[in-house]
Design a protein around this ligand. Structure first.
Ligand SMILES: [Fe+2]
Length: 485
């Protein structure tokens, strides 16, 4: 390879990957073009019968920045156009998914009777590894449909295992599509982070098996307080199995704490409670040599709580767990309310995002798996009205009503036109939320400024509310009236 002549830079084009291309390469088992570094040196030759290892190498090369012959880029478009639309592929097999949900059900039943142990952990790692392998071996996994709701509707499993199964699968989708599986030092696919998110997603709520949960919508303060302790209980339960890594435990412990920063937010349980409870357990175990590993883990978690400094990866993983968990809960029938449709659930999550997620985090759900969960229908479309929030240099938040002019691939970054500013009405019930908007406090923007959110990645402006005619009719009516000439 090193003997090949260098290609002059003017004959090279940046090699950019899209999901459709990767799926089509995987489907045809070939890498149809030569790839070069910026100096025109060949770094990967085209290949027929390419293996998963080759695709891993390809991903790695693409991440580092690769180039191909300009001529080849034309040829690329033709090949991807010839394939059937990968967005129509249903990604989950009903039998395998139902099996996974049934295994989940038996684990939950066992946990009601006994403590979580190594045998459970090993069984869990195995079944989660299989779910991930099945998923990524589908050539269309980057763009196909998450037919998970329709399968679980007929699986006949109880609510708890429906939730755990759905949450684990949606979290897997977000993680895999946000972070491509690369190649590790041993030249094998490195799935560690992906498996950690899935395992944490599965284990996050096992603490509920030790709580008696009320089956009603309006909880008392005490009941809600008890429920808010479940991340700590789940975390403590995992300590008995050394097979669960410290990273997974950190995710479990923090899975309802996706909001970063110090402003008002909906994270729970609060920092002090976590700190106090962990200290109590630590003090109880510190003199017992058989509990050395547990004390070490608690110490590590305390350090993380204290420093409040986390890696970007960790922050993303927490948001993925939290978003997957909310989505799973909203789309599942509860004894006190029917399941919401997939699109309604996504809109509800966006409309409640202001005190819970950063813009960057909500994109994992909306831009990477959103349309795959709603039959390729966006929830933000041309002509819709949305409310955006932006923070100025004085840390003041401003809210605008905007109309969607264009939506490209990413729903959270459309081109919008500002109609007016508006004042939100905040409320603190069980959570902080924007309860409504004051339609008497509207100020019209005469310029009707047009903003392309896709081109403004450094701006803080982001969509925090979709004005839906069914979810908030008075506001929708007020805005449509305002729009009339
Ligand atoms: Fe939870």
């Amino acid at each position: 390879m090193s003997d090949s002549p260098l290609i002059p830079p003017d004959q090279l084009a940046k090699f950019e990957f899209n999901d459709d291309q990767l799926s089509s390469y995987r489907k045809s088992k070939q890498i149809p073009l030569d790839l070069y570094d910026r100096n025109g040196k060949l770094i990967m030759a085209k290949k027929k019968n390419a293996t998963e290892e080759d695709f891993g190498k390809l991903l790695k090369i693409e991440l580092q920045g690769a180039y191909c012959l300009s001529i080849d880029t034309k040829h690329l478009r033709i090949t991807s156009g010839e394939t059937t639309d990968p967005r129509q592929t249903k990604l989950f097999d009903p039998d395998k998914t139902t099996d996974f949900a049934k295994q989940t059900e038996s684990l939950i039943l066992e946990l009601k009777k006994e403590a979580f142990n190594s045998e459970h952990a090993l069984r869990l790692h195995k079944s989660i590894g299989k779910v991930l392998d099945d998923f990524t071996s589908n050539p269309d996994f980057e763009s196909g449909l998450f037919n998970i709701l329709e399968i679980l509707n007929h699986a006949g499993v109880p609510v708890e295992s429906e939730l755990m199964t759905k949450r684990t699968i949606v979290a897997m989708g977000m993680k895999v599509r946000t972070k491509k599986i690369g190649v590790g030092d041993d030249n094998k696919p490195n799935k560690k982070d992906h498996l950690s998110v899935m395992t944490a997603s599965f284990l996050a709520d096992i603490g509920y098996s030790k709580l008696v949960l009320p089956d009603k919508p309006n909880l008392t303060k005490e009941e809600y307080n008890a429920i808010q302790q479940h991340p700590i209980i789940s975390y403590l339960m995992t300590l008995a199995a050394p097979e669960i890594t410290q990273e997974i435990r950190t995710l479990v412990l923090n899975h309802h704490r996706p909001f970063r920063g110090n402003s008002i937010n909906n994270n729970f349980p609060d920092n002090n409670t976590v700190f106090r409870k962990l200290m109590l357990i630590r003090d109880k175990f510190i003199k017992d040599p058989s509990k050395k590993m547990i004390v070490a883990d608690i110490d590590a978690q305390l350090r993380i709580q204290e420093s409040n400094v986390n890696s970007v990866n960790f922050e993303e993983d927490i948001a993925i767990l939290s978003l997957a968990s909310e989505y799973a809960s909203l789309t599942t029938n509860q004894p006190w309310r029917p399941a919401f449709s997939s699109a309604t659930a996504l809109k509800m999550i966006v409309n409640d995002s202001f005190f819970s997620y950063s813009n960057r985090n909500i994109r994992h759900l909306l831009d990477y798996v959103g349309a795959s969960l709603t039959n390729n229908q966006n929830i933000i479309n041309v002509g819709d009205y949305v409310i955006t929030a932006s923070i100025d240099s004085e840390k003041q938040a401003h809210f605008d009503i905007c109309k969607i002019l264009e939506v490209d691939r990413f729903q959270t970054r459309p081109k919008i036109q500002r109609l007016c500013t508006i004042k939100p009405l905040f409320k603190k019930g069980i959570k902080y939320r924007i309860a409504d908007f004051d339609i008497n406090e509207i100020r019209i923007d005469k310029r009707r400024a047009v903003i392309d959110l896709a081109g403004q990645t450094s701006s803080t402006q982001r969509i925090i509310y979709i004005i839906d005619p069914e979810m908030n009719a008075p506001l929708y009516d007020a805005v449509t009236k305002m729009e009339l000439p």
